[in-house]
Design a protein around this ligand. Structure first.
Ligand SMILES: Nc1ncnc2c1ncn2[C@@H]1O[C@H](COP(=O)(O)OP(=O)(O)OP(=O)(O)O)[C@@H](O)[C@H]1O
Ligand SMILES: [Mg+2]
Length: 843
């Protein structure tokens, strides 16, 4: 039977065991699993994820809602009504409960499913051998016993035993703390320390160079390091925006609770009937709590995600939509965004600067034997396809972005040579001679200066360069160490053309117009960066280079970043420092990149962006994936993000001001009215209709001015808004009370009906003012919003005149009363229009 892993006993690390024992333990072989075996294992062991995925059945999801405190309170109220013989009230309360829950469930469920499907579409994938063939599957589907293959830039999907390698190194820095890429190869290991486990791969590490095939031994939470520190760790910390919304919800809910209790006390003090007062207090608590707010934001964000997908932006973390809209600085990598990334070899120059194809051959041999798979390596492989024929690698030091160079010990027919390639200054730093035919004279200062001058000339033309150096290797194959990269012979350069994309300049203009500054954070030569940036219209006056940046303290850097838009020769860590410095200046920072060297920056930024074809690490770190590597897509995404956020803001503004206003009004009413201002059922109905009226908001259009600059969440802004708009609505409620009681001398049922109408009309109609900064008719609302708002209003207005109205204890108000209510509503709307600008502030 198929009951595999628990591959190893915890006390015996798998890498110390013989391969056969491991194959037996995971009941698999070098051929991997069949599709059906894998499916069975997946079902019994669970997905290769860190948290068990809980997919609630709709029944349970709805069931859970019934357990929310407010709903429980309402159910209790319905029970009390029924017990008292007031069957009508009980039925109405029940209907309202069911209505609200259904509305919630349907909206939330559909939107969340759509957003989740999109997220899945960009999930990390792994190449596993199933039924004898390598296929690409979502990483979550990898099971113990699978044989998988990883290449440069991939995230390792499971703890695994190495079966085969081609120049493979892995970056385990986040897991073991080992800063250099570690070489992996099959073979026995005795040490129990994972840091020495050269025959094992660990989930969450990064494939740095080459290619490896390995047998998955443990997946998901059974892995050694889990995802804690690795790129797989999901960012579950709430964004400031979510945190504030939750805090806001809590504050309002508490205030509503306190108010309800106070109102109950007052009512009882005034000798009003107990049950009715109790029900009123409960309904008040329900009505005043912005219980829909969390749901609404998720729904709006999910809808936003769906719309962004149409613009080729796939959202992995929903709240990043807000962060994208709030972004003030976009940091981007150069290659692939500003340039096309279709890099071709432009020249092959020897140490004297003469054309010499041998340099490209050396570089190509080094790339091939080292397992480098970068864009420039691809160009070398195309230009010198047979460079490594007949050569084998006796040792290697994997390329990494801190050192910017990598080496192989290349052997042919017993003779050995060390070949080192990398960024020119990184290579020149370890050269002391230069190639001149068969000689290797000393690399003196004059020669260095000449080489540097040549290099600068190439860079000024926008040509990227890598340098190649060699060293004869006499002692056969003792292990190669970083110290061996010394006393090298400088061989020459390979240059690459990587011209800017045609669309880049226009896209940069769009971003600038939208209030987003673009900074280029590159590992490339500052001169190349300046040249490309100049071509696409960025300010190319100043480039801050990595070595100079290294000298600056965090504070000094924070002062510098304001005036600099271009960075060259940055290491991955320095990219992170620049992001942090910008954040310290109060900027909301986006980071767009595709390489292993961009992943830390992507992770640190407020909104991390990557592209579809990027390395696994970069994609894993990103909050959003662009389906096309184009800054225009970013600009589209920014607009969509701002629109989504503006619509959420409409809800929050509507909700917070109307709830706050209603609280004041209810407090006032309880103190000064001789009867309950509304019956419990009427409050609940009011609440339900109001919620219904807002259904169209996620679809709504947005003021151009809201799209034209970064939109950032501000809790203070919300409090200010509620603090002005809330009391304003209470003033008009107060006028309503006075007019009804002292002008028309109405009785309780008619009073309640009239106030119900006034209250719902003001609450619903004000959305048409809140949704825009200027005059409401200047930017017409989306038809959906118009329909949802007017339908809800229509129902509310007609209800008292129907049979249902009698059930709800409404009375038909007189024409004079109706006219007065209409007048008060109109007055309120005019007043709201006049003060809304002040309430919104600059924000
Ligand atoms: N495969 C490689 N072989 C040799 N040198 C390399 C290789 N990849 C990168 N380098 C060197 O390291 C430097 C930094 O790498 P790279 O330019 O890819 O960084 P980056 O920040 O991604 O740059 P970009 O902004 O152009 O994408 C390069 O300019 C080059 O000199
Ligand atoms: Mg890059």
């Amino acid at each position: 039977m198929d009951h595999p892993p628990r591959a190893t006993k915890a006390s015996v690390p798998f890498w110390t065991q013989p391969p056969d024992a491991i194959f037996a333990a995971v009941s698999s072989g070098a051929q991997g699993l069949t599709g059906s075996e894998a499916a069975a294992r997946l079902a019994s062991i669970g997905p290769n994820t860190d948290r068990p995925v809980r997919r609630l059945s709709p029944v349970i999801a709805i069931g859970q809602r019934f357990l929310e405190p407010l709903i429980l309170l309402l159910l209790f109220a319905a029970g009390v009504s029924a017990g008292m013989g007031d069957v009508a009230s009980a039925c109405i309360i029940a209907a309202i409960i069911i209505g609200s829950i259904a509305l919630d469930a349907i909206q939330e469920g559909r939107a969340a499913r759509a957003a989740e499907a999109l997220r899945q579409s960009v999930a990390l994938s792994a190449e596993v051998r199933r039924d004898g063939k390598f296929v690409s599957i979502p990483t979550a589907g990898v099971v113990p016993g699978d044989v998988f293959r990883v290449r440069t830039g991939d995230v390792i999907p499971a703890d695994a035993l190495v079966l085969e390698v081609a120049s493979f190194t892995a970056n385990e820095a986040a897991l073991t703390g080992e800063p250099y890429p570690v070489e992996k190869r099959p073979g026995p290991i005795l040490s129990r320390s994972p840091a020495d486990a050269a025959n094992a791969l660990f989930r969450g590490a990064i494939a740095q160079t080459g290619e490896a095939t390995a047998l998955a031994v443990a997946t998901g939470r059974k892995t050694l390091f889990g995802a804690v520190a690795s790129v797989l760790a999901e960012d579950t910390a709430p964004s400031p925006f979510q945190r504030d919304l939750r805090a806001l919800g809590l504050v309002v809910a508490r205030a509503a609770g306190v108010l309800s209790v106070a109102v109950l006390a007052v009512n009882l003090l005034f000798g009003r009937p107990l049950i009715e007062s109790l029900m009123f207090a409960v309904a008040l608590a329900v009505g005043l709590t912005p219980e829909l707010l969390p749901m609404i934001t998720t729904v709006t964000l999910s809808r936003g995600a769906v719309r962004m997908a149409r613009r080729r932006v796939i959202v992995k973390r929903l709240t990043a939509i807000h962060d994208l809209g709030a972004m003030t600085v976009l940091c981007t990598d150069k290659t692939g965004t500003l340039t096309s990334a279709e890099i071709v070899l432009a020249g092959s120059l020897n140490a004297n600067g003469e054309d010499d194809p041998h340099i490209a051959t050396l570089a190509g041999r080094c790339a091939e034997l080292a397992g480098d798979r970068g864009a420039m390596d691809g160009a070398l492989a195309t230009a010198a396809p047979r460079a490594a024929e007949g050569w084998t690698a006796q040792g290697r030091i994997g390329f990494n972005y801190e050192r910017r160079r990598g080496s192989v010990l290349a052997a042919q027919a017993g003779a050995c040579v060390l070949i080192c390639k990398g960024a020119p200054e990184a290579i020149l730093a370890v050269c002391d001679r230069r190639r001149a035919g068969t000689d290797a004279p000393v690399l003196d200062d004059a020669a260095r200066d000449a080489i540097t001058a040549r290099l600068n000339g190439l860079a000024a033309q926008g040509l990227r360069a890598i340098a190649v150096a060699t060293k004869p290797w006499a002692t056969p194959a003792n292990a190669l160490a970083p110290e061996d990269e010394a006393d090298l012979i400088f061989e020459g350069f390979c240059t690459f053309a990587d011209p800017p994309k045609e669309s880049a300049a226009a896209a940069l203009k769009r971003l600038a117009a939208a209030g987003v500054r673009v900074n280029v954070l590159s590992g490339d030569d500052p001169l190349v960066v300046a040249r490309i940036a100049g071509l696409v219209g960025l300010n190319a006056d100043a480039v801050l280079a990595g070595p100079e940046l290294e000298m600056l303290s965090d504070e000094a850097l924070a002062a510098r970043v304001q005036g600099v838009a271009l960075y060259g020769r940055l290491t991955p860590d320095q990219k992170v420092r620049v992001v942090r410095a910008l954040q310290a200046r109060g900027e909301t920072v986006g980071f767009l990149g595709d390489g292993v060297n961009d992943a830390p920056g992507i992770r640190t930024a407020d909104v991390g962006l990557s592209v579809d074809g990027a390395t696994g690490v970069a994609r894993a770190a990103a909050d959003m994936i662009l389906l096309a590597p184009d800054l225009n897509v970013v600009a589209d995404g920014v607009a969509e993000g701002r629109r989504t956020f503006a619509n959420i803001l409409k809800y929050v503004r509507m909700g917070s001001s109307s709830n706050f206003g209603n609280m004041l009004s209810m407090a006032m009413a309880s103190l000064f009215l001789p009867f309950l201002p509304l019956l419990a059922t009427q409050i609940l109905l009011n609440n339900l209709l109001y919620d219904l009226s807002e259904i169209g908001i996620p679809f709504d259009t947005v003021d151009p001015s809201d799209l034209g600059r970064p939109q950032r969440w501000s809790m203070r802004g919300i409090v200010r808004y509620a603090g002005i708009m809330g009391p304003l609505s209470s003033v008009f409620d107060g006028i309503t009370f006075v007019v009804l009681l002292h002008g028309f001398h109405v009785a309780a049922p008619e009073f309640r009906t009239a106030w119900f109408e006034e209250s719902i009309a003001t609450q619903i109609l004000v959305v048409f003012l809140i949704r825009t900064r200027g005059l409401p008719w200047r930017t017409p609302p989306d038809p959906w919003l118009l329909v949802s708002a007017l339908c809800a209003l229509g129902v509310a207005l007609v209800l008292p005149f129907t049979i249902a109205g009698r059930w709800l204890a409404f009375a038909v108000p007189g024409a004079g009363v109706l006219l007065a209510m209409g007048g008060i509503t109109a007055g309120y709307l005019v007043a709201a229009q006049l003060v809304k600008g002040m309430a919104a502030g600059k924000n």
